[in-house]
Design a protein. Structure first.
Length: 120
């Protein structure tokens, strides 16, 4: 069994030198804008959390999402941001972004925002 695994690994290295990792889903938490006067009405149903995946420097979104502002924070500081329109299904993060970070998604015209820890 070990011999077959070694052969498979060597074949992968000869074909391109890299192994493939599957995208990981970003685990989001929900918060709301503290500048909003009073406590927001949560309604009868929970806030729907977006489905987002991270694969190296590519962030992929579920289709049919609202327009977001995507922010990357490191050590509590905004290091990069962009607008994700409703027609976009993925965003490439800059290659210079590496390490532990927080990904924030802020929907337009909403008091809620989503945040999750990522490793780039």
């Amino acid at each position: 069994m070990k011999g077959k695994m070694i052969i498979a690994l060597l074949a992968m290295l000869l074909m391109g030198g890299t192994t493939f990792a599957s995208p990981s889903q970003v685990q989001f938490y929900v918060s709301f804008d503290s500048s909003f006067p009073g406590i927001p009405d949560l309604g009868k149903s929970p806030v729907t959390v977006p489905e987002v995946w991270l694969d190296d420097h590519e962030v992929t979104f579920q289709s049919g999402h609202p327009q977001y502002t995507l922010i990357i924070e490191q050590e509590g500081q905004v290091v990069w941001s962009t607008v994700v329109t409703t027609s976009m299904t993925s965003v490439m993060l800059p290659a210079w972004l590496t390490g532990d970070a927080t990904l924030l998604l802020i929907p337009d015209d909403s008091i809620y925002y989503y945040y999750g820890d990522i490793i780039i």
